[in-house]
Design a protein around this ligand. Structure first.
Ligand code: APR
Ligand code: PHB
Length: 387
């Protein structure tokens, strides 16, 4: 089997890349270890920056996103029993974010790929890459396949094989946090029009949503937390305690139909390329979810990669491919910083040092009282056009 770009992984990075290449007349084969059902049901984050929405719109895969996605013009920061709105539109010349589940984006992209009758192979196994030839080998439907390509796109997420295949040539930058997020999906009406990020002495909490009747909420917990220790009543009680307002507040409760604990880390490899293997998305970097950036960063990487591949395919011009890593990493580190900033400002480490607690409060007060500080948060949250 032969193609121009062998894409390993059908998450947002791999699928958006495949779509952008299709629109540029570049052939690709996408291979995915899991089943279609699994990737379409996997619950992940759900905030799209304006530029990600624009990318998906230009790629012709955003009809449902525009129908069902919820456009938000701000967020609330809640601490000390008070809520404080950060008004994105006022602070960033009218920009907004769209709340739309990552698995919905994945469903739309898979539907588009299949409608175009282009190769997308699920449930492949024994995947390996040869970065010198280059080629991707795997088993599909019981047969061994070798996919020869001009370039390999390693879009196989944090636990994929592409990064490991070139690990000797990469430098790792990493920070592991002492807390995790317990996330739930519930059949309940959102309790606020916008997302609420709460810093409470019992720990961080986030209230988000997926539709007018489904909410997504998170609680800061320990990374070793046993989910069985969290029956539904305890979750609602804890969420209500952390979102408490002096003026009174309680969440709309409902049946919890999904629960899970996700550890948090910051991770980057440099460079994001070795020979003809280009890493994109979670394969190259992970951000803690507090800045809502994971999917946006994956999309930003593959926009750069698609443009570089277009020049390469058209005229053999390799300059875009050569600067791929550097071009991506500027945004990656800006976003790492923002995600670290949001995480540090909002979470309460166990046995928090009282000095640090005061610094955290001073930072929150500043962001909520200074227009300059609020604007900095807002422009990062909605996404910087240029980095
Ligand atoms: N071969 C083929 N596919 C693989 C392999 C492999 N050896 N290993 C992993 N995969 C697949 C995974 O099953 C997954 O579907 O690669 C895909 C990677 O997708 P994601 O993990 O969603 O990563 P990415 O596309 O980079 O998107 C980043 O995902 O984790 C979230 O917060 C993150 O929102 C961000 C987004
Ligand atoms: C979500 O809706 O899942 C979500 C929202 C904002 C975040 C993280 C996750 O910062």
């Amino acid at each position: 089997m032969k193609t121009q770009v062998g894409i390993v992984g059908a998450g947002p990075a791999g699928l958006v890349l495949a779509r952008l290449l299709e629109l540029r007349g570049i052939s690709s084969v996408v291979i995915e270890a899991r089943s279609r059902d699994y990737v379409e049901q996997r619950v992940r984050a759900g905030v799209l920056e304006q530029r990600s929405v624009d990318c998906l719109t230009e790629a012709g895969v955003a009809d449902r996103l525009h129908e069902e996605g919820m456009v938000h013009h701000g967020i609330e920061l809640r601490f000390g029993g008070q809520g404080h709105r950060i008004d994105f539109s006022a602070l960033t010349d009218g920009k907004s974010i769209t709340v739309y589940g990552q698995q919905e984006v994945v469903k739309d992209l898979i539907a588009a790929r299949l409608a175009s009758e282009l190769p997308l192979l699920f449930e492949v196994s024994d995947v390996s890459v040869d970065v010198d030839r280059p080629a991707v080998s795997f088993t599909h439907d019981g047969s061994a396949v070798e996919l020869e390509c001009d370039v390999i796109a390693g879009c196989d997420g944090f636990h994929g094989i592409c990064r490991d295949a070139v690990a000797d040539h990469l430098t790792v930058f990493e920070r592991v946090y002492l807390f995790a997020w317990l996330g739930i999906l519930a059949h309940s009406k959102p309790s606020s029009e916008e997302l609420i990020y709460a810093n409470h002495e019992r720990g961080f909490a986030l209230h988000s949503m997926r539709s007018p009747s489904v909410t997504r909420s998170y609680l800061q917990v320990s990374p070793e937390e046993d989910i069985d220790e969290w029956p539904d009543e305890r979750i609602w009680e804890e969420l209500n305690a952390r979102f408490a307002l002096d003026s009174g507040f309680s969440l709309n409760e409902g049946e919890i139909f999904e629960k899970g604990v996700t550890p948090m880390r910051s991770f980057v490899v440099e460079p994001m390329q070795h020979r003809k293997l280009f890493l994109a998305g979670d394969a190259a970097h992970i951000v803690p979810p507090t800045g809502a950036k994971g999917m946006n960063l994956a999309i930003a990487d593959v926009e750069i990669l698609a443009a570089a591949l277009e020049s390469f395919a058209a005229s053999g011009d390799e300059s875009g491919l050569q600067s791929y890593s550097e071009d991506c990493l500027r945004r990656v580190w800006r976003v790492q910083h923002f995600s670290f900033f949001m995480t540090s400002m909002l979470h309460r480490p166990e046995n928090q040092d009282p000095f640090e607690a005061q610094l955290q409060r001073a930072q929150l007060d500043y962001v909520c009282s200074s227009e300059a500080a609020a604007r900095s948060l807002a422009e990062n949250y909605v996404g910087l056009d240029r980095v």
